[in-house]
Design a protein around this ligand. Structure first.
Ligand code: GUN
Ligand code: ZN
Length: 429
């Protein structure tokens, strides 16, 4: 017997990217979505779907907006407990707060506790898929995938590799990074909804030999994603230039070692040179915009309009805990504000698309998640568009759906997340 669920509400589905043409015309509202065995069958009128599936269970979310679950394309789950640490820019922030905390993940029990805490927090904020960095320790990867699997999540993660410019206890070698990543990849990649991501932290903490070894691993497993950081702060870029004097630019430190490709995820990518922009676009790589992090650590302003106008693939992410929030709603709000500072007011449709379909496409999961369409996995979120008195009084003035949604994007948090479904199964959040 198949399991059928008819979910009623304001079901938002994208017909195409809101970065192509009129953003407001890129989505449709339906009255209901029919789900069978964890997958979307179709969306449409509530009565018609009721007649089509008379034995389906019905959950009526009233005026709530049902959207695809949020996809966070770049996060560091091990930084959960040090989120919102005061007063440092990138390199000092890594040395003062991040590395000491990441050291603790040698302890498998601690890693498991934080993995559970992190996923419970993100689910309560409506994030149903994340691409996370782990730490140098294989235990941290085991902990993350085990916790994700227990919740039935589609998730991506990898061991963060570093063989220099990191403290004793947080360094591997070119060989051990390769071998441990390979063993984890063979164990977890494609296990149910999980996928492995090859993860050199960033060029300053990897020798050329380590980058080369991870490039070779990627070449041997081209269906894996690869994630790293690129051109986040100007001091960092100067450091990369001094460490790699022969490189044409920061991107070249990856490109020269086989670490540039369509399945590459490049976090931040704020201060790019023209050659870097061209190569990233030509290869179909994804830039991952981390707006709360870019303001919190003081990194700079990512120019979304320019990237999208050039046809660049872009995902959206919290970058927890350099980012100051677990919430993709807060992340959309920060993306809007950075858009204003760079001269473009991003439309609510563009913001929601970036947090769902855009990030899913960046992760090459756009056929499975990130939208509500036939055959897609039913990872869904119901948003209360009047979750606080301040939001409710503003939404009451709305003259269309985008105006009704925008106050929740700008002022909403986990209180706006009324329900979350993973493959059609409702979670208690
Ligand atoms: N660059 C290298 N590592 C990190 C990290 O953990 N967070 C951020 N924001 N940038 C990085
Ligand atoms: Zn990061």
């Amino acid at each position: 017997m198949s399991d059928e669920l008819l979910l009623k509400g304001q079901v938002l589905r994208f017909t195409h990217s809101p970065f192509e043409g009129d953003p407001a015309a890129a989505a449709r509202l339906d009255e209901a979505v029919l789900i069978r065995d964890g997958k979307v069958v179709e969306t449409g009128g509530a009565d018609a779907l009721c007649r089509a599936a008379p034995s389906a269970r019905v959950e009526d979310m009233g005026e709530a907006m049902i959207v695809a679950g949020f996809v966070d394309a770049h996060a560091h789950y091990p930084q959960t407990a040090i989120i919102a640490s005061w007063g440092k820019r990138l390199i000092d922030w890594l040395n003062c707060y991040t590395f000491p905390e990441e050291m603790r993940f040698a302890d498998a029990d601690y890693a498991a506790e934080i993995a559970r805490r992190y996923l419970d927090l993100t689910l309560s904020h409506g994030t149903t898929t994340v691409a996370s960095y782990c730490t140098i320790h294989s235990e941290s990867v085991e902990a993350f995938f085990t916790a994700a699997q227990a919740r039935g999540l589609r998730a991506a993660a990898g061991k963060t590799c570093m063989d220099r410019n990191a403290p004793e206890g947080l360094r591997d070698t070119a060989q051990s990074a390769h071998d441990q990543s390979k063993a984890l990849l063979e164990r977890w990649h494609g296990a149910g909804r999980l996928s492995y991501v090859i993860t050199p932290r960033f060029s300053p903490t990897s020798t050329p030999a380590q980058l080369e070894a991870l490039g070779a691993l990627w070449a041997a497993h081209p269906d894996c994603l690869m994630q790293t950081h690129l051109s986040e702060q100007t001091d960092e870029i100067a450091w990369v230039k001094s460490l790699f004097p022969d490189a044409r630019d920061y991107l070249d430190t990856y490109e020269a070692h086989g670490l540039l490709g369509a399945r590459g995820l490049y976090g931040h990518a704020i201060h790019l040179e023209p050659r870097e922009r061209d190569r990233l676009r030509e290869t179909g790589a994804a830039l991952i915009h981390c707006p709360t992090s870019n303001t919190f650590i003081g990194s700079g302003l990512f120019d979304m309009a320019r990237a999208k106008a050039g046809g660049q693939r872009v995902g959206l992410a919290t970058d927890t805990g350099g980012g100051s929030s677990f919430s993709m709603l807060c992340t959309m709000a920060a993306a809007y504000e950075i858009g204003q500072l760079t001269g473009t007011a991003l439309h609510p449709a563009q913001l929601v698309w970036l947090a769902t379909a855009g990030s899913a496409e960046a992760l090459h999961m756009g056929h499975e998640i990130g939208n509500i369409a036939p055959g897609m996995e039913a990872d869904l979120v119901a948003l209360d568009l009047a979750s606080t008195p301040a939001i409710a009084q503003r939404a009451a003035r709305a003259s269309d759906i985008w105006e009704a949604l925008f106050p929740t994007i700008m002022m909403g948090d986990d209180r706006a997340v009324r329900a979350v479904w993973i493959e059609g199964r409702r979670l208690s959040v």
